[in-house]
Design a binder for this molecule. Sequence first.
Ligand code: DON
Length: 570
Amino acid sequence: MMHHKTLSVMAIKKSFYIAFYFILATFWLPAAGQSTHFKHGVVVSAHPEASAIGLEILKAGGNAIDAAVAVQFALSVVYPNAGNIGGGGFLVYRPAHGTPVTLDYREKAPARASSDMFLDPAGIPITQLSLDGALAAGVPGSVDGMVQAHKRYGNLSWRQVLEPAIQLAKIGFRITEKQANELNHFQERFIALNPGGSPLTRQVPWKKGDTLRQEALAHTISLIQDKGRNGFYVGETAQKIVATMQQAKGIISLEDLKNYHAQWRKPVIGTYRGYKVISMPPPSSGGAALIALLKSVEAYALSRWGFQQDSTVRLIVEAERRVYADRATHLGDPDFVKVPLNQLLDSAYNAGRLAGFSFEKASPSSTISAGAIAPVEKEQTTHFSIVDKDGNAVSITTTLNGSYGSGLFVAGAGFLLNNEMDDFSVKPGSPNMYGLVGGTANAIEPGKRMLSSMTPTILEKEGKLYLVVGTPGGSTIITSVFQTILNVIDFGQPIQEAVSAPRFHHQWLPDEVMTEKGAIAADVRKKLQASGYVIKERGSIGRVDAILVLKDGILQGGADPRGDDKASGY
Ligand code: DON
């Protein structure tokens, strides 16, 4: 149900927002990654302007869901490489009173999709097709997700929570240095994929402090503001999506759009050292894999061994190797395949998986199972965490999949389409852009959701809210959330330290430990190599945005210094 306000109130609100954003755009360039404590509410997101909007909504009497909707739309404006209305995501909500729920607004394969749509006549995957342009896009879920979340839990009007994003798109905002570099890096791709031009291309290179205005996007969000889901899934926007499909040889139809609905699902729930872990069920592999990882290491004395010490790293790597092998085989969209969730979450099962593991020698992945290997590419998704004054908590991870998704803009509508189709197993055993392999459980079928690693998670301690956490990072998402939780629970780190700490990752295949610089000390690294571990240093892993609730109820925000991320609260 849409709420309406009188025109004059809207006009006053609008001029307030205009003044607000003018001030922001003029004076505020981000101070990223700082530690922060707040009494009432906090928003931690990938962009300072999105965090500021979430905070304004909280202060205006909005609850965590109102702020989450405002932040999702704001990120589609200020963080176009992952923030989106043309993609999808997962929401985990723990109300202060009542039952935790999750909302699956993951994209779906269009009705005309088929299991061999990305294979050449010889059955070899044509990688580019699932990554670039129209065929790579799944039917977007973000708008329906936000409409449903707001309808069920929102407190402020729909109009009010969308207004800041519209103003931000209209008036523009100052881009950060990281954003300028990214936009310049992707210029050629935008030009190649959008012959009619795109809102993010221009003649001269982008530089820090430039203003990015997006009139067409402002118009599209206004339609959604006026008409709710019908502003996107039918009428003008839907027609623009389909026209873009026709021009770029895609297959999303008006029917696909009309039929898209986000899905409420029961969270996966587990325990770790007495804490309750509430996370995303399939079609994400994230929650199940996270709980399996925690269960795998629970019996061991991590806190005695210490943070990133020899035994700690070995145990974590061996647990990750085994859990990712399971992920590849057993997980897919539960609306299409039977997922053996109870077994995957079982303590005894996970302890048993580690039974053959030795602290002396790496277990080669080929003895766990077999498969192909692919390079890891640059990844983009975004996570945000919100707690409001009443203690309601939201954890959302949302994505276009790769950076700027398919690179294809919906002509005249100002937004990018995702390339989420690459998250399907394009061919059993053949790796996707994250090097992840999959089997038939994650094969392409019309109307099916592609398997995800996104792991928005909330932890409880003694029945009370304790931690809100999540991250982007493709296949590394699960292990980054896992390690952040260990940093807090086992190694007693304050949230900013837990978020900033260098991370490492193993995903079964390729059979190597990927590390950030400084993640594994030189002496530990030498011992691991002597035991048969292949260790490869790579760029940053994840961008965790988290909130920890301290004993006295104070909210501690942890914003990842790897990006422009920011914790804003009051
Ligand atoms: O759903 C998934 O698992 C991927 N599409 C997520 C992509 C991602 O995290 C890229 N991020 N940095």
